[in-house]
Structures are given as structure tokens and as C-alpha cells.
Write a protein that binds this ligand. Sequence first.
Ligand SMILES: C[S@@+](CC[C@H](N)C(=O)[O-])C[C@H]1O[C@@H](n2cnc3c(N)ncnc32)[C@H](O)[C@@H]1O
Length: 348
Amino acid sequence: MWLFTGRHDYENVLVAELARMGAAAHTLAPGLVAADLGDDVPARWDPVYALQVLPMACEVRGESIRQLAEAVATAVVGRWPAVPGRFAVHVLVPGQLKGQPNPLMRRRADLLEAALPKALFAQLPHKAERQAPIDKLVQVLLMDADVAYASVAPLQPVGGWMCWPSRLPAGLANPPDEPQAPSSAFRKLREALACLGEAPGPGSRAVDLGASPGGWTHVLRQLGAAVTAVDRAALAPRLMADRTIDYVSGDAFVWRPTQPVDWIVSDIIAYPQRVPELLHMWCGEHLAERLVIQMKFKGWPDFDLIDAAVQVCRDAGYFARAKHFFNDKHEITLMAGALAATMAAEAG
Ligand SMILES: C[S@@+](CC[C@H](N)C(=O)[O-])C[C@H]1O[C@@H](n2cnc3c(N)ncnc32)[C@H](O)[C@@H]1O
């Protein structure tokens, strides 16, 4: 059985997306969907509405932490991926999938997470080099005090720094509060940047389309980027007074930079059909190295349109991936990056 986690209340969308991809799936618990995919490759099953995947998860039991750790180790060593690096361990609990800050069994999960490396090393034939990169992930989802699902899988590259399974526990970034941000929308950008594993830094140039009142512009400024913020409406007064922010009042679909920029982010409220139009310009003309673009739906998402938007980026020589993040509602986040920039960053 494969387990997929996603934003609770959207399990039916994830089940439908998996069906569209060819997998029969059903909801197991809030934020948790199960599918029978056998011995397949994780990167082929990267649904937009899934935040994390536990491939080939099997049920394990144990009364004490030590017994649980040994049962997990026994379950996963048999299918240990044939890749040479180190492993990471994430122990998850169901309440975490609903965004609860202090979920039930968290303490038990932490104890299990601490006990697992020793239990795994006791059963593994080889120890990985200390310096080797982390290339596989052991995940345990504690369903009850003595019952859990256990999975091990290689971390497969899916664009830029991103891997599937996600490097983030349960695929969640849990951005902390930012009281100075003028809107809660800042969380969506924080999640996208955590997933991408990259962010604008000092010296980089970023464009924020549909920026008002300025939650995303606030994040970009916090990171040190020089920001051009485009919207028909003004930003919050503190941001309007910030001399490092270039505010442009106008139509974000028409505005274009005089020179290519490092980042373009967009949270414009518009028909989702306009996103491919935006991407044709920004990716097609290589006007930005990295993109984070919201695509908003009135209700049910249009998966064909999401695929089309991703394809526009790929055709233009960008990696691209779409995710429905924890803070996304009737919208998804498209992340893309110029492949040449990725190669330059890797070489550096
Ligand atoms: C969801 S809000 C953006 C919130 C913002 N990201 C934040 O963090 O505070 C969407 C914005 O898109 C702007 N917008 C919609 N259509 C636009 C267009 N064609 N040109 C410029 N701005 C537009 C609206 O004025 C609105 O401020």
C-alpha cells in the first residue's frame, strides 16, 4: 500500500487526481489517502494534491518504543534502496497532517524517531559514510500507540533541489507567524520557497505580481531581495513607504521588466486560463530564473489546465512542478526554474 498525505478537506480531490493518473485510491483518515501501486517508482506518482508519499508502506506493531523501532527496522531493511548515501527518518502522527501544533502521540513519535537509527544500524549490512548525502527516507506514521505504517524510499529528484518523497516531514513547512506581514498570504510563498529549497537573497531582483496588500512583498524584502511590486491596488502603508520597494500601479498581465530578473512570484486573482498566458511571456522569453505562480480555481481544479501550465514551462527549458500546499485553498502553486540556472548553481 502507498500512503499519500495532503491538505485535509481535499482528500477527495487527491483521490480523484490519483484515479486520473490511473490508481485506485481511498481516504484513510483526514489528510491521508491510500493507493495500491505495488513496486512502482515514486517520481511517477507525484500528484499535485499530495504533500508527501510513503511508498510501499506496511503495518508494523510493537508495544514499547524499542519493539516498535525493531519492527520498523525489520520491515524496511528488506526493501532498503540500493543507493549509497545516508538515510533520514521522519516519524509522523495523524494530527500533524491537520496542522495541529501539539498533536497526540507527538512525544512518542519523537522517542521513536530518536530510537530508529540504532535499530536500523543493527539490521543494516553496511553503514553509509558520514559525509555521504542523504538519499533515502525512512518514514513511519504512528496510527496508534502500538500500530504504525513504515516505509523506506529513495529521494528522487523532481526538479531543482526538490525530491519525492519530500525532504520536509509530511511535506509540511509550517511557516511561523510574521506579525509584520500585512496579510496571511505570506504563508503560501514561505511554503513554496521551503518546498523549492531556494529563495531570493540579498542582491537578487524579484517581481511580485498582484502584490497588494503585500504579504509576499514583505517576505521578499525579509529575504533581502530588491522588489518590484505590481498591482492595481496600493500596498500596505509601511511597504509603500519602503524606498527599496518599487511599486508599480497597473495591469500585472501587461507589465514587463526591462531586463530579466531572478524571481517572479504571482498571486494575482484571475481566471486560471490566464496563467499559461503569463508563463508564455515569463518563461518563453526567459524573463526570470525562478517562478512561483498561484493558479486559482472557483471550485474543483482543472487538472488539464495545470498540466498545460507545467508544460509551457518545460517546453521553454524550465523544470516545473505544481503543488497544493497546506495554506492553499482553491488554488495551487506552480514552481519553476530555468534549467541552465540549476546547472550553474550545482556546478558552483
Ligand atoms: C490575493 S491578492 C494578493 C495578495 C498578496 N500576495 C499578499 O500577500 O498580500 C490578489 C491581488 O491581485 C490583484 N490583481 C488582480 N488582477 C490584477 C491585474 N490584472 N493587475 C494587477 N493586479 C491585479 C488584486 O488587486 C489583488 O490585490
